[in-house]
Design a binder for this molecule. Structure first.
Ligand SMILES: Nc1ncnc2c1ncn2[C@@H]1O[C@H](COP(=O)(O)OP(=O)(O)OP(=O)(O)O)[C@@H](O)[C@H]1O
Ligand SMILES: [Mg+2]
Length: 562
């Protein structure tokens, strides 16, 4: 289905891909892994024909459906959700054609050659419409939306009225609807909650076409794939492993141990030869010594390349300036979009130094609440009060605050300058950036060219450089490779300020162990308990928002556990 031969890609001063070759067979399910910045997205762009490689060839048979890491979704804003689906499979144009032909037939003379011709083309269009699954289109669209967590979205909703999150999920749904021969998905679970992500993986496993999938959500990856391609970030080469992700990890470890054993044996042999060669050289047998030298060189060249053990970042934090005891207090917050009540009387008080988890399925209003707290969105009713000296650091899913034209260093400096007076000098900013893996020439790279994970690291670094003492984090683990997730986890555990976090990774949340949880849509404010994360999976919202009582929830217990 896809044949890649000796593909090379150079970006800036780095060879990202060097001489990569592989094939994807029909129906094969492959995961593409590698650390942040290894070149995964770049490879998909090459396969999709959006980037030209610096060398090599790519041959594709059949059609590709491609979801980029940051999808831009372009449907007409007056188009309904159903029409978006129909358009994706070419059914919309066919429906128009059928209507036009029917109209022309109605106007033509019965039995005339003109009408016969029209009838013929009507039949052909009708046949094509059926072939493309016109009859099942509506029920299939509904199923895809339900699976991806948009059960409450009516098929009649105009595209222009969808939220950002709904648009990206619709983009994914319509892409699946096109049933391409090869689906290429770049971190598709970024936009999904646990339930929807699990549903997607099962869908992919059962999908009859081929799949090439990038995901750092490794538990989920296991469900969907049976082969792993890994890009090595230092050599730009590719290793291929049979089996799912768990098996890949095991095989990698085996290969590493084997390579080490070979290196040890070869090392011993080389040492032995060296001694002999030196002895010969000391005597009069220089030419024999020379022959042994070449043998040593051959031995060395024959060794398998050692695997690079990638060092993840060691993200530093910056101590947050002190605030009053209550950093954030929300009182009876209400918010509705048209008829859809999202927040129904949410109240809570968040304390200094504590972590608060926002828990709830897609669409429950977590991002809405964060945007109300940051004043980017007005509540319909209710009040947000911030404590004294509170500096909010908001990590938004779309990184909209990053200037695409600035360099990494300029962006970091901009954050420091915003603190007035700036508290770090240039050299300190650079060394801080170093702990987020921006070293050397990397600090001069333009933000727009950063990989997804690199952009996330920069956005997180900026929160600390702004001296924030209340972090609002909306899915900060998205795009991060496992090592970076670990580093972020320990940074957040060390951080002395307060934080509010949305994150769908159960293991991450369990280990972060926030003190409090705010559960949406019910609005219950309580102690955090890992079992609450299951609510994101099972407790989908039924029709009509639950109306929370207008009275305050029982006051939180503010003593103990500090
Ligand atoms: N114009 C450029 N100049 C210099 N480096 C670049 C340029 N464009 C991309 N890069 C670098 O190429 C590398 C590969 O980027 P790519 O987006 O393919 O990585 P990725 O494997 O998808 O990473 P992630 O997991 O973070 O999404 C990154 O380190 C990126 O910063
Ligand atoms: Mg990427």
């Amino acid at each position: 289905m896809v044949t890649v031969e000796n593909v090379r890609l150079v970006l800036g001063d780095r060879t990202i891909l060097s001489d990569i070759s592989f094939r994807l067979a029909d129906g094969e399910k492959t995961g593409l892994v590698g650390v942040n910045g290894a070149g995964k997205s770049s490879l998909l762009k090459i396969l999709a024909g959006q980037t030209l490689p610096d060398g090599g060839t790519v041959t594709v048979k059949g059609n590709i459906g491609y979801l980029p890491q940051e999808p831009s979704v372009a449907f007409r804003s007056d188009q309904t959700t159903l029409q978006c689906f129909l358009e994706a499979r070419g059914l919309l144009a066919l429906t128009d054609e059928l209507d036009r032909t029917a109209l022309a037939m109605g106007k033509s003379h019965p039995g005339s050659p003109e009408q016969r011709k029209l009838l013929e083309s009507y039949g052909a269009a009708q046949h094509e419409w059926e072939r493309r699954g016109g009859y099942e289109a509506e029920s299939e669209s509904r199923r895809l939306l339900d699976g991806l967590g948009l059960a409450r979205l009516p098929l009649t909703q105009p595209f222009g009225k969808l939220s950002g999150g709904q648009k990206t999920r619709l983009a994914l749904a319509t892409l699946l609807f096109t049933r391409p021969d090869l689906l290429m998905l770049d971190e598709p679970t970024n936009h999904l909650d646990r339930a929807a992500a699990g549903w997607l993986m099962d869908y992919l496993a059962a999908f009859t076409g081929a799949v090439l999938l990038i995901s750092h959500d490794l538990i989920l990856l296991d469900r969907a794939i049976n082969r792993v391609l890994r890009i090595d970030e230092t050599t730009g080469t590719m290793d291929i492993y049979k089996g799912n992700y768990t098996r890949y990890i095991r095989q990698r470890e085996e290969r590493r141990i084997l390579a080490e054993k070979q290196a040890l044996l070869a090392g011993r042999e080389m040492a032995r030869l060296q001694v002999t060669a030196d002895r010969f050289r000391a005597g009069t047998r220089a030419s024999q010594a020379h022959a042994i030298d070449s043998r040593i060189e051959r031995l060395h060249a024959g060794l398998p390349t050692q695997q690079t053990v990638s060092k993840g970042p060691k993200m530093k934090t910056i101590d947050a300036p002190p605030t009053t005891r209550i950093v954030l207090e929300a009182t009876d917050i209400w918010k509705a979009y048209d008829q859809n009540i999202v927040l129904a009387g949410v109240s809570f008080a968040h304390e200094r130094g504590q972590k608060l988890a926002l828990i709830g399925p897609n669409g429950a209003g977590k991002t809405t609440l964060l945007r109300i707290i940051t004043n980017q969105l007005a509540a319909d009713d209710g009040q947000i009060r911030l404590g004294q000296n509170v500096r909010i650091g908001y990590y938004a899913q779309e990184h909209e605050s990053l200037d695409p034209n600035a360099s990494v260093l300029e962006e970091a400096q901009r954050s420091v300058i915003s603190t007035q007076p700036p508290f770090l000098g240039d050299a300190q900013v650079r060394s801080f950036l170093g702990t987020f893996l921006f070293t050397g020439a990397k600090v001069y790279q333009q933000v727009s060219t950063l990989s997804g994970g690199e952009r996330t690291r920069l956005a997180i670094a900026k929160l600390f450089l702004e001296k924030s003492n209340l972090l609002l984090l909306d899915e900060p683990t998205n795009n991060l490779d496992p090592a970076s997730q670990e580093s972020l986890l320990s940074a957040l555990k060390r951080f002395s300020g307060s934080l509010v976090i949305v994150c769908h990774l159960p293991s991450f949340m369990e280990r972060l162990a926030p003190e409090r949880a705010l559960i949406l849509p019910s609005g219950e404010f309580t102690y955090f308990d890992p079992s609450q994360l299951a609510l994101e999976v099972i407790k989908r919202r039924g029709p009509g928002a639950r109306k929370a009582s207008a009275t305050l929830p029982p006051p939180p217990v503010l003593t103990g556990r500090r």
